[in-house]
Ligand binder design. Structure first.
Ligand code: MTE
Ligand code: MOS
Length: 759
C-alpha cells in the first residue's frame, strides 16, 4: 500500500512549516549568534541594528519574562547567551522585523564584546580537564580482568568516529501566533511537540495549557528535531509574547548547519580477548563522546552507545565506560541510531583488528560470536535472538563464500581496481531506554458520514508513520484507507507525548490507536446485536463496510450502523492510552529489561575502489532483515534504502570539520558532501527474515526506522578490505568516515611516511 502522503508530496501540495499561510502582521526573526566559541560576554551593542529599516524589536537575555533556559535534561543551555558564550552559533540576540531581509540585515549590524576563554573541541582533551556533562556511565558483565588473563589472544586499539549533519531537507523553524487571553499557538518543525510546549512554557512563563503546539509533518528530522527544534520555537514564542504579533523563523541552510548540533562524534579505546577458538571472552571499551557545549540529548545517546557496544554478539565478560565530554561546539544530539551505531562501529573495529592479526576473515570471528537465545546482553536482558537465523538466511540467499571468492578472483586479476566485501550483522533494541517515555495516546472519532479521524502523538517526518496508523484504524474497522484521516500532531488533542523517536512511534501510537478503535468497534457491535437479531456481540463482525452475524453478511452497513449508534447516544469517540509492558531499567545497577524486543539482520556489503584516485562505489548491500511481519513493505523498503544510504554517507563521505577556533568549516553543501543518486549502491537487495516468533510490536511488525542505517557500517569495512588488497603493507587506522582523501592516503601510505619524513 502506498504512503498516504504520496499524492500530495508529488503534487507539491503537502504542508510543511514554510507552507503555512501567514497571518497579517507577522514579524520575521533572525538570530545574532556568537562569532567565537568560548568567551566572557561583556556587552552586546544593538544600537545600529535598532535603527535599521523595519526593525520592530531586538530581544536579549534580559528581556525574557520566563527563564533563560532550554536544557531538557540538564539546565545547562541558556536560550540567549548571558554571561558567557559556549560555542560559535550560540544565540545572543533576536531581531524582529517586518520582512525577512530586514531582520537578516539588522542582525548583521549587531556587535558584541567578548573576552576570549580557552576553546576545547576534542573530547579527549575535555576529559583530561574533567569537563564532563554527567558522571561516567558503566556497564559490567562478568569479570573482564580475569577473562583477559585466560584469553589466548588480546588486542587493544583505538577507534574514532566523526559526527554527521542531519541535513533534513526542511531546516529548523517555527511560527508562533498569539491567541486570546495571552495564549499562543506554535507551529513547529519538531519531533517532540510536548518538548516544544514545555520549553515555550519555560521561557515565557505561560502555563502549558495556554500553549498549543501543532505539527503537520516534517521534511525530515532524523533525530535532529527531537530536542533541537525547541530553541527556534522558544525564540519565536518570546518574540510573540513581547510584541503580541505572530513571529516566523525558518533557518537558512548555512545558519542551520552552523548553529545546530549533529551526531555525536566519538573517540574510543577498546581491548578484546579471544580464546583459541576465536570466541570473544572479554571486551573492554571506553567511549569519549563529544557532547558539545551542553547536555542536550548526549547523556541518553551515550547510554545507547553502551547498550549496543557488543552489537549482535554475546560476550560473557564486558566492561564498558562512557564519558560525555563537554566541548565548545554546538550541542550534539540524537541522530538515527541514537549512539547505537557508534557503539557498534567500535566492536566491529576490534573484531577486524583481531582478524587481521590472527590472519582469519573477520566474518569467521563475527559468526562464531553471534548472540543466541538466552544469552545475556551487558545490561542484563536475555536475548530472543535472530542473529544466527538472519546470518544463515542471508548466507543461504546470497552465498557469502561465492561472493568472497569472486572478489578474491577479481582482485588477483586487477591491479588498480580492487573490490572489498564485509559482513555487518546488527542488533538494535526497540523502546526508549528511559522507561516512562514508552507511552502514547490516540484520539479516534467516527463522524456521522462514517469517516474516521485519528490523532496521535506521532509526528510524520517521511518515515510513513501516518500511513501505518491509518492502516491500524482501517484494519480494525475494516474500512478502505481513504475513509481514515490521520490529523496533525497537536498538544490540545494529544497531551504529554513522547517525541517521535527510538523507532517506536508506529508501535506506541499504533497500539494506542488499536485500543481506541477496538473500544469503539465493541460499542458498535453491541448496537448491532438487536438490529441483526444476534444473540450477543461476539456473534458480530464488521467487514468491508457490512455487519456480519456468525460469519454471514447482513444488510446492515457501516453508515447505517454508525448513525444508529449516534441516535442511541453511543459514544463514537475514544481517547486511548498505551504503555509498553514488561520493560524496566535501573541505572543504579545498570541492569534490567529495557527493550520490548530487538531488531536483527545481517548484511553483506561490496565496494569497488579505484586505486589510482581513491574514489569508490558501493556495489551492493544485500541483507536478510528482521521486519517481523511488516505492516507495509513499501514503506519499510523506503526506510531500508534511506537508512542504508544515510549510513553509508556517515561512514564514507560526510565529513564535519571544525577548526581549532571551533568554527564549522564544512558549513554548506559545497563543503559537506552527502550521498547523491550516484552514491546509492547499484544493488540494494533484501530478504525478510523468516521466523515464526511472535513479537510485541503492533500487528507483529517490527520497528524499522533506525536499524537499517547500521548496515552502512559494512561499507567502511568493505572499503578497508579493498584498500588492504592494494596496499598489503598498511593497516588503516579505524577512523571514520573513510573519505576518498583518506582512502588515497592509505592506498599509498608509504608515500605518506616519506612525505612526513620530508622526502
Ligand atoms: N525517515 C525519514 N524519511 N525521515 C526521518 O526524519 N527519522 C528516523 C527514522 N526514519 C526519519 C526517518 C529516525 S531517527 C527515527 S527515530 C524514526 O524514523 C522515527 O520514526 P518511527 O518511530 O515512526 O520509526
Ligand atoms: Mo531517532 S535518532 O530516535 O529521532
Amino acid at each position: 500500500m502506498k504512503n498516504v502522503d504520496s499524492k500530495s508530496h508529488v503534487r507539491g501540495e503537502s504542508i510543511y512549516l514554510d507552507d503555512i499561510a501567514l497571518i497579517e502582521g507577522t514579524l520575521y526573526a533572525c538570530v545574532y549568534d556568537s562569532p567565537v566559541a568560548h568567551g566572557k560576554l561583556n556587552s552586546i551593542d544593538t544600537k545600529e541594528a535598532e535603527n535599521c529599516a523595519g526593525v520592530v524589536k531586538i530581544i536579549t537575555a534580559k528581556d525574557l519574562i520566563g527563564e533563560n533556559q532550554i536544557g531538557g535534561i540538564l539546565p545547562d543551555e541558556p536560550l540567549f547567551a548571558d554571561d558567557e558564550v559556549h560555542f560559535q552559533g550560540m544565540p545572543m540576540a533576536l531581531v524582529l522585523a517586518e520582512t525577512e531581509e530586514q531582520a537578516r540585515y539588522a542582525a548583521k549590524r549587531i556587535t558584541a564584546e567578548i573576552a576570549p576563554l580557552e576553546i576545547i573541541t576534542n573530547p579527549r582533551e575535555a576529559f583530561a580537564k574533567n569537563h564532563l556533562i554527567v558522571p561516567p556511565k558503566h556497564f559490567k558483565l562478568g569479570n573482564t580482568e580475569n577473562a583477559f588473563k585466560t584469553s589466548e589472544y588480546v588486542f587493544a586499539g583505538r577507534a574514532d568516529l566523526n559526527g554527521q549533519e542531519h541535513l533534513y531537507i526542511e531546516t529548523q523553524g517555527a511560527y508562533t501566533v498569539p491567541t486570546e487571553q495571552g495564549g499562543m499557538k506554535v507551529y513547529s518543525s519538531t519531533q517532540g511537540p510536548t518538548a516544544v510546549q514545555r520549553c515555550v512554557s519555560r521561557v515565557t512563563a505561560l502555563p502549558m495549557h495556554q500553549i498549543e503546539v501543532d505539527v503537520t509533518r516534517l521534511g525530515g528530522g532524523f533525530g535532529g528535531k527531537e530536542d533541537q527544534a525547541n530553541a527556534w520555537a522558544a525564540l519565536c514564542a518570546v518574540g510573540t509574547q513581547l510584541t503580541k504579533r505572530p513571529v516566523k523563523y525558518a533557518l537558512h541552510r548555512m545558519e542551520d548547519m552552523r548553529m545546530t548540533g549533529k551526531r555525536n562524534p566519538y573517540s574510543a579505546n577498546y581491548k578484546i580477548g579471544l580464546d583459541k577458538n576465536f570466541k570473544i571472552i572479554a571486551y573492554e571499551v571506553v567511549f569519549y563522546q563529544n557532547a558539545g557545549a551542553s547536555a542536550d540529548l548526549s547523556p541518553p545517546v551515550l547510554e545507547r552507545t553502551l547498550f549496543h557496544c557488543t552489537n549482535a554478539y554475546f560476550v560473557p565478560n564486558v566492561t564498558a565506560t562512557g564519558y560525555s565530554c563537554r566541548t565548545n561546539l554546538p550541542p550534539n544530539t540524537a541522530f538515527r541510531g541514537f549512539g547505537g551505531p557508534q557503539g557498534m562501529f567500535v566492536i566491529e573495529s576490534a573484531i577486524v583488528h583481531a582478524a587481521e592479526k590472527l590472519h582469519v576473515p573477520a566474518s569467521e570471528i563475527q559468526r562464531k560470536n553471534l548472540i543466541n537465545d538466552g544469552d545475556e546482553f551487558p545490561y542484563g536482558q536475555k536475548a530472543m535472538s535472530e542473529a544466527v537465523t538472519s546470518w544463515t538466511q542471508a548466507d543461504e540467499k546470497f552465498d557469502f563464500a561465492r561472493i568472497q571468492k569472486e572478489i578474491g578472483e577479481f582482485n588477483s586479476k586487477n591491479k588498480f581496481i580492487k573490490k572489498g566485501v564485509a559482513l555487518m550483522p546488527i542488533c538494535f533494541g526497540i523502546s526508549f531506554t528511559k522507561t516512562p517515555m514508552n507511552q502514547a495516546r490516540s484520539l479516534v472519532h467516527i463522524y456521522t458520514d462514517g469517516s474516521v479521524a485519528v490523532s496521535t502523538g506521532a509526528v510524520e517526518m517521511g518515515q510513513g508513520v501516518n500511513t501505518k496508523i491509518a492502516q491500524v484504524a482501517s484494519t480494525i474497522f475494516s474500512l478502505p484507507i481513504e475513509r481514515v484521516k490521520v490529523h496533525t500532531t497537536n498538544t490540545l488533542r494529544i497531551a504529554n507525548t513522547a517525541p517521535t523517536a527510538a523507532s517506536a512511534a508506529a508501535d506506541l501510537n499504533g497500539h494506542a490507536t488499536q485500543i481506541a478503535c477496538k473500544t469503539i468497534l465493541q460499542r458498535l457491535k453491541e448496537v448491532a446485536v438487536p438490529l441483526v437479531e444476534a444473540q450477543n456481540a461476539e456473534d458480530i463482525s464488521i467487514e468491508n463496510g457490512f455487519v456480519f452475524r456468525n460469519g454471514e453478511r447482513t444488510d446492515l452497513d457501516w453508515l447505517v450502523l454508525v448513525n444508529e449508534a449516534f441516535m442511541q447516544r453511543v459514544n463514537l469517540s475514544e481517547h486511548a492510552h498505551y504503555a509498553t509492558t514488561g520493560i524496566n531499567f535501573d541505572w543504579s545497577t545498570a541492569s534490567g529489561h529495557p527493550f520490548a524486543y530487538h531488531v536483527y539482520g545481517t548484511s553483506i556489503v561490496g565496494v569497488t575502489v579505484d586505486c589510482l584516485r581513491g574514489i569508490y562505489t558501493v556495489d551492493f548491500v544485500k541483507a536478510c532483515h528482521d521486519f517481523g511481519n511488516s505492516m507495509n513493505i513499501s514503506v519499510d523498503y523506503g526506510q531500508i534504502e534511506g537508512g542504508i544510504v544515510q549510513g553509508i554517507g556517515w561512514m564514507t563521505m560526510e565529513e564535519i570539520v571544525y577548526d581549532e577556533s571551533g568554527r564549522l568549516r564544512s558549513n554548506a553543501l559545497s563543503s559537506y558532501k552527502i550521498p547523491d543518486i550516484y552514491s546509492v549502491p547499484k544493488t540494494i537487495e533484501f530478504v525478510p527474515l523468516k521466523t515464526k516468533r511472535e513479537n510485541p510490536a503492533i500487528f507483529n511488525s517490527k520497528a524499522v526506522g533506525e536499524p537499517p542505517l547500521m548496515y552502512g557500517i559494512g561499507a567502511y569495512f568493505a572499503i578497508r578490505e579493498a584498500v588492504k588488497a592494494f596496499n598489503t603493507e598498511n593497516l588503516p587506522a579505524f577512523d571514520a568516515p573513510f573519505t576518498p582523501e583518506k582512502v588515497l592516503m592509505n592506498l599509498y601510505s608509504e608515500t605518506v611516511k616519506e612525505m612526513k619524513a620530508g622526502k
